[in-house]
Design a protein around this ligand. Structure first.
Ligand SMILES: [Ca+2]
Ligand SMILES: [Ca+2]
Ligand SMILES: [Ca+2]
Ligand SMILES: [Ca+2]
Length: 244
């Protein structure tokens, strides 16, 4: 009796595990250098990307290949010179707010370069399902006050909380041992958003204080409650015949 109920509980947990929380990372790799990023991750990942350039009349997030040389911005080229990751870390493509609109008509900016205005603007990630955890890499944030940056979180259009990048340095509220500087890379481990804000947001908006990039956007999404209940019920039904 005890064993069978444990098996049933196990089956339920397994069903919830498959259909429940799922962690994904968007690497931006596989896109062309300069490719405009908006709906590429909608179907595979349930994520929509948008940008706002505070300095220009166009609002473009584009991919920038950090393994290249002689790009429009050497600060975004590897190898790296600081941060909490090894200088030899290969990031491949990162995401930037595009500074110019040269050759964008075909969906690929011909001269990828990150907006250098302070602030540069915003990069938004919209999630089809609420997220409980959120992590990312910060590239080339020099860390001086004019470049101060943060990430805002929203649920159903309402602001739920903010985390400043100053909290990622040693001793900060979200200590990742981040060390900012020119040509630096810092990895921010997934933050427990439910713990921080008491709710699972469905949008993350980076406030981009100046010239910088992001990569490896990592998130754990949870299914809508109705879906979770339905699948949980299915898990129970599936477990029944084994008992008989
Ligand atoms: Ca990448
Ligand atoms: Ca082009
Ligand atoms: Ca630049
Ligand atoms: Ca720089």
């Amino acid at each position: 009796m005890k064993t069978s109920s444990m098996i049933a509980a196990g089956a339920l947990a397994a069903a919830a595990g498959i259909a429940g929380a799922q962690t994904q990372t968007i690497t931006f790799d596989g896109l062309a250098h300069g490719e405009i990023i908006n709906t590429q991750y909608q179907l595979p990942n349930g994520v929509t990307v948008a940008a706002y350039n505070a300095n220009k009349k166009f609002d473009l997030a584009v991919a920038f290949d950090t393994t290249r040389t002689q790009t429009a911005d050497p600060d975004l080229e590897d190898p790296w010179t600081g941060g909490n990751l090894p200088g030899t870390t290969v990031l491949g493509n990162v995401i930037i707010i595009q500074e110019n609109d040269i050759g964008i008509g075909d969906g690929i900016a011909d001269r990828p370069d990150d907006e250098g205005g302070r602030p540069a603007g915003n990069i938004l990630f919209g999630f089809d399902a609420p997220i409980t955890e959120f992590g990312f890499d910060i590239v080339d944030l020099e860390g001086n006050l004019p470049e101060f940056s943060y990430v805002d979180f929203y649920k159903d259009g309402s602001f739920v909380g903010v985390i400043g990048f100053d909290q990622f340095v040693s001793g900060g509220a979200h200590d990742n041992g981040a060390v900012y500087g020119n040509n630096s890379i810092n990895r921010i481990a997934p933050i427990d958003l439910v713990d921080a804000f008491g709710v699972a947001p469905d949008r993350a908006t980076f406030f981009v204080g100046g010239s910088m990039a992001f990569d490896n956007v990592t998130f754990t999404s949870v299914p809508a409650p109705a879906t979770a209940g339905f699948l949980g019920f299915g898990g129970l039904l599936a477990a029944r015949p084994r008992r008989a």
